[in-house]
Design a protein around this ligand. Structure first.
Ligand SMILES: *Cc1c(COP(=O)(O)O)cnc(C)c1O
Length: 452
């Protein structure tokens, strides 16, 4: 065909836009795609790169690109890594029943900041504090957007242009570059590092107290442990010293939890109740680490200190919304009733190895015709900055497909949104974190990979 004939055959933008293939699509996304494709086609014809084109394949290309753009980037994945509180995979799962309660509140008007009794403005934080103080047996509680906000708010409220003493061994950086020294700098508090990386003694805190000191702070070493010639000061001793000197003692706990941990981890990581026995001035932790609820920063402490935090203008920027508050309230109700099985994170943590083995067997049975697989005993991590380097037992299914390398298999699974791990040159699906509702999808995906 000659150039001119080809140019005339280019479909009109409006015509394409109305084509039945493109029915119900977003015109806002579609229009620039069509324009771009037609422009490219015109240039190719003019520079004589092509001598013919097919309108059907043109539409198909446009449609494919449209679908790529419109596929949501945030997607469900199957966590087969075994790491329960996996920060990259969304941390703690929310209990669906709590989510349903939140849906009812959030899709209706509600009394978020309305006092139903007095008929006037109420306080958003009041909905939680009565239940939460009973759960933790503490004076008062405040909830903010996440634990990083909690640390920031505490330091800014009580130690702006003043000094905070922290052990050198606790100046942590947590994934996503949350660094205690940086947060402190932005809060306006001056960091006074004491002790050495491996050893800090109570006298290191004591000797560095000046007239400018406001807080003695302890930070949980969430993602590392120091082994060997080490010593750190217990929070209860820091607490006592702070009280003696009329300072605030504050523990950034990272991952607070309510129940004693299984597999002998109780000692390496005391529960909230245990720490609260020392009656600390302030304590904060994440809502979506081992606590097992929604993303939030939970600050627990003395009534008069929490009242000061509430007066800080910054709270307006760090405040939580109705969805967070309702989910947290529903979860706390379950915790008060000791229905821990309704907290997905705790449910996974406490699953017996024999249950994991039975679950793994269900998958193996459905795929054994097509794929070479085996049940293996393994260990995994709780994750989320709790119990660093401490392993808990688990059961996994190792998968071999053709003579692919473990890396190749891992990548193929990833394309199906299944995230596993490699151990001893084998690709593993760890059952500590696999939900039985996902077995059918897993089995179907594995068969598909094995036969394609
Ligand atoms: C995780 C963690 C934080 C940050 O908490 P987010 O809820 O992720 O903001 C702060 N301090 C410690 C010790 C932590 O482990």
């Amino acid at each position: 065909m000659s150039n001119n004939v080809l140019l005339k055959a280019i479909p009109k933008v409006d015509k394409l836009l109305e084509h039945p293939d493109f029915k119900d699509l977003s015109k806002k996304v579609l229009l620039p795609l069509i324009q771009h494709h037609l422009e490219t086609l015109r240039s190719a014809i003019l520079s004589e790169n092509i001598t013919t084109f097919d309108e059907n394949s043109l539409r198909e290309e446009i449609l494919n690109e449209y679908q790529r753009i419109m596929t949501p980037s945030l997607q469900k994945v199957i966590n087969a890594t075994g790491v329960i509180v996996h920060t990259n995979l969304g941390r703690s799962l929310i209990n669906p029943e709590s989510f349903d309660k939140a849906k009812e509140i959030a899709t209706s008007y509600n009394n978020l900041e309305y006092d139903l009794e007095k008929g006037k403005r109420g306080e958003r934080y009041s909905h939680l504090s009565s239940l939460f103080t009973k759960l933790l047996d503490c004076e008062d509680v405040l909830v903010v957007n996440n634990n990083a906000s909690a640390v920031f708010l505490v330091l800014n409220t009580f130690a702006k242009r003043k000094e905070v003493i922290v052990s050198r061994g606790e100046l942590v950086e947590i994934g996503g570059s949350f660094r205690i020294p940086e947060v402190m700098k932005h809060s306006g508090a001056k960091l006074v590092e004491v002790g050495a990386t491996n050893k800090t003694h109570l006298r290191d805190y004591e000797e560095n107290i000046t007239v400018r000191t406001r807080i003695l702070m302890k930070v949980h070493k969430s993602n590392y442990s120091i082994e060997g010639f080490t010593s750190e000061v217990n929070f209860s001793d820091i607490s006592k010293l702070a009280k003696e000197k009329e300072l605030i003692d504050y523990f950034d706990l990272g991952s607070g939890h309510l129940v004693d941990l299984p597999y002998g981890l109780t000692h390496s990581e005391p529960s909230l109740q245990e720490i609260l026995k020392d009656n600390p001035s302030l304590l904060s932790f994440s809502g979506d680490k081992l606590f097992g609820s929604v993303q939030a920063g939970i600050i627990v402490g003395k009534k008069e200190l929490i009242a000061k935090l509430k007066k800080n203008q910054l709270l307006r920027m760090l405040r939580v919304d109705k969805v967070t508050l309702s989910i947290l309230t529903a979860d706390i109700e379950n915790m008060l009733l000791e229905k821990y099985e309704k907290i997905p994170t705790l449910n996974m943590l406490f699953k017996e190895v024999s249950t994991l083995r039975n679950n793994a067997q269900v998958l193996v049975d459905t795929i054994k015709e097509e794929v070479s697989s085996a049940i293996v005993e393994t260990t995994t991590l709780i994750g989320g900055g709790s119990t660093p380097n401490k392993k808990i037992p688990s059961i996994a299914v190792s998968i071999e497909i053709k003579n692919y390398s473990p890396n190749k298999i891992q990548k193929l699974f990833r394309e199906k949104n299944i995230i596993g791990r490699i151990e001893d040159e084998k690709f593993l699906l760890d059952f500590r974190t696999i939900d039985m509702h996902d077995i059918a999808y897993l089995s179907q995906s594995i068969k598909c990979l094995a036969t394609s």
